[in-house]
Design a protein around this ligand. Structure first.
Ligand code: ADP
Length: 506
């Protein structure tokens, strides 16, 4: 990785400090195959959450830049080669792109690590290779898109065409900058769409790098445009645009509502929303307590709790509760919070000051509500946005910490008696993104997985993702699915073509 070594030293008491700050090469809007300044000339700062220091100044896209990007995507869709070329040719270019991503894994991993406070090693081994594989998965689907032949009656012949939906607007969050980028761009490219993507203002760096590689791979100009900027300006310009045919969004439930409203009051573009969660993780008496505690802890601390499927409500059956609680606390206290470039770290800093303060204020709220703080609860060090793994017990279901998505390393631990109680409590949320179950009993596993109103249920595992596993919400966690062929279909629409047949004997 090209590095700028020895930035300011981290004096927050971490055992070791790593300063692999990558050189930032791409900071401008990527429109029609070129890196451009925003029309206003404005820039915003992207911040290193380890220190609060500025990493780079990024061109700030706003409504007029989105207009230019949409125009480029429109021309590329209406007249360009991308939607018209054989699927196999799109696949070839996407495969090339995936190769280039692989060749640049370390550099992209460093960008996500410094921009989002994400563990460098994890990005290097998981997020970035995973991103390349997601592009490959959808490349593999690009030449297998077809409609059906229909026979409505003796006198009619009909068939369906699966057509790309058009110009897509993607709005993505900051917690998985690479995974989210490819989850949106992969299937829409395979479908033959063109697009404008707005990365989150906290983490614009890797998206711009991917855009650069897309151009090198041969994705035609105008097909993929990346416009960094803020939600209420650039984001809102996408959701309310009259010439965008679909919006795919991942982020908070509140913003999801805004996006749907803007889509409805502009051109009625369809939207898909992947929103917040407050996922239950249910551990039954027959579980291996040690493994279950490990899984539950990972379920809340993975990516510092900044993951919409975090298992933030942990329900433990009464027979093993006390022992489980003891193990869980021991493990939480051994968890290593530190510099995300340090291979020993298990948890880096929260993404920014706002998120850091929000999490700490939920922790204070939990204490005031009367929950018991078993461990954690404070910041780590005195610099950057690090927070201790935090576990509350004696949590009542109606407490804010059991209902609101905190998006941080804060677990609400609760006890239950029967399977019916567990199901009722697990479903006692406005969200429905994911759930986890730990049991050896097949009947319990099957009954609970059918009874939970959530888009994905993990049995004896958590965070098991795959390119072919659709992922998305029930209830106020949104609708539409990322990943799997389900996601491809979000970016296609069906056209029926009907012709009469005269005097057919069949
Ligand atoms: P979080 O709460 O996780 O930061 P948000 O839902 O606020 O998530 O942000 C997710 C994405 O939505 C970001 O790219 C952000 O800029 C964008 N966004 C925020 N507000 C709006 C809005 N009013 N319209 C469109 N996009 C928005």
């Amino acid at each position: 990785i090209p590095t700028r070594t020895n930035m300011t030293s981290l004096s927050n008491g971490h055992p070791s400090s790593f300063f692999n700050v990558p050189i930032i090469k791409f900071t401008k809007l990527f429109i029609n195959g070129q890196f451009l300044d925003s029309l206003s000339g404005k820039e915003f700062e992207t911040i290193d959450p380890r220190t609060g220091d500025v990493i780079a100044r990024i061109s700030e896209g706003a409504k007029e830049d989105i207009d230019v990007a949409v125009k480029a995507a429109r021309v590329a869709f209406d007249y360009g080669p991308w939607p018209r070329m054989p699927g196999a040719e799109r696949a070839r270019i996407m495969m090339k792109w995936a190769e280039l991503i692989d060749e640049n894994t370390k550099e992209i991993a460093a960008l996500d690590a410094i921009d989002g406070g994400k563990l460098y090693e994890r990005c290097k081994t998981l997020d970035i290779p995973g991103a390349a594989n997601t592009i490959r998965y959808y490349a593999g689907a690009a030449d297998k898109i077809h409609g059906e032949v229909l026979k409505p009656s003796r006198d009619l012949h009909a068939y369906t065409l699966m057509e790309p939906i058009g110009v897509v607007g993607h709005i993505i969050p900051w917690n998985f900058p690479s995974t989210m980028f490819v989850a949106k761009v992969g299937p829409s490219l395979a479908a033959g769409c063109t697009m404008v993507l707005k990365p989150a203002e906290q983490t614009p760096l890797s998206a711009l790098f991917y855009a650069h590689l897309a151009k090198l791979a041969g994705i035609p100009d105008g097909v993929l445009n990346v416009v960094p900027g803020f939600g209420p300006t650039a984001g809102a310009a996408i959701s309310s645009h009259m010439d965008i045919d679909k919006v795919s969004f991942t982020g908070s439930t509140e913003v999801g509502r805004e996006i749907m409203r803007a889509a409805a009051s502009s051109n009625l573009k369809p939207v898909s929303l992947e929103l917040g969660g407050k996922s239950p993780f249910i551990i039954f008496d027959d579980a291996d307590i040690d493994k279950a505690a490990e899984l539950a802890l990972m379920g809340i601390l993975f990516n510092k709790g900044e993951i919409c499927v975090a298992g933030s409500r942990v329900f433990v059956q009464e027979g093993i509760y006390d022992e489980f609680e003891k193990k869980l606390v021991e493990k939480a206290q051994a968890w290593v919070v530190g510099d995300p470039f340090d291979p020993k770290s298990q948890q880096g800093p929260q993404v920014d000051k706002k998120q850091f303060e929000k999490i700490l204020s939920y922790i204070e709220h939990g204490k005031r509500e009367g929950a018991t703080l078993l461990t954690g609860g404070k910041r780590v060090g005195n610099k950057g946005y690090y927070i201790e793994p935090t576990i509350f017990s004696n949590v009542k279901e109606d407490m804010l910490i059991a209902q609101h998505e905190i998006f941080g390393p804060v677990m609400a631990l609760m006890k239950f008696k029967t399977i019916e109680d567990a199901i009722k409590s697990a479903n006692n949320t406005r969200y429905g993104l994911a759930a986890g179950i730990v049991t050896q009993n097949l009947d319990i596993a099957n009954t609970v997985s059918r009874s939970i109103r959530a888009g994905i249920v993990w049995i004896n595992c958590y965070f098991a993702f795959g390119n072919d596993i659709p992922y998305g919400g029930y209830k106020m966690s949104g609708f539409g699915r990322d990943f799997g062929l389900e996601a491809l279909h979000k970016y296609l629409q069906v056209k029926s073509v009907v012709t009469p047949i005269y005097n057919s004997p069949w």
